[in-house]
Design a protein. Sequence first.
Length: 181
Amino acid sequence: MNSGPDEQREPFKRLFFALPCALAQRRAIAQWRSALGQSLGRPVPAENFHLTLMFLGAVPVRQIPAICSAAAAVRPPGEPLRVALDRLDVWRRAGILLLAPEQASRPLLELVYALQQAMLPLGLEDAPREFRPHLTLMRDYRASVPESATAPDFQLSARHFVLFESHKGRYRALAQWPLEG
């Protein structure tokens, strides 16, 4: 997103769309992560666990109402989204330890595409790379995939998707939209 001299002075927020992780899911994942015994990175706080659908980046505050209107027009899948988090992996270039699905579901991919299309008229595009659903467990992680006594077998179940603001390492929900009916 290009910004001129006037736009540089206006307030911005770092925004992204995501599927939230319920409290019980966050606790179970955090407990499983602890059992890995890894100290080679920075653990993501359990309250920040989520599955990013689309990263918007630094967005002018004045644009948030239009983003919310466009997101509200996205046709939901009509049912809660269930995402299997059944694979532990490391993305070396990004330096993250993560949980991911072996296979992304069609409803999840359709929701991501619909969000991307809804944001295009606003000049907001995700980075031009393939969507790879994941939940980040640790940042600044520079080791190989750790061995686990128990294979990951989590189901992220979401009834809504959320527009989050990222501020000083904390995420705050600004708006949410149902995935059902």
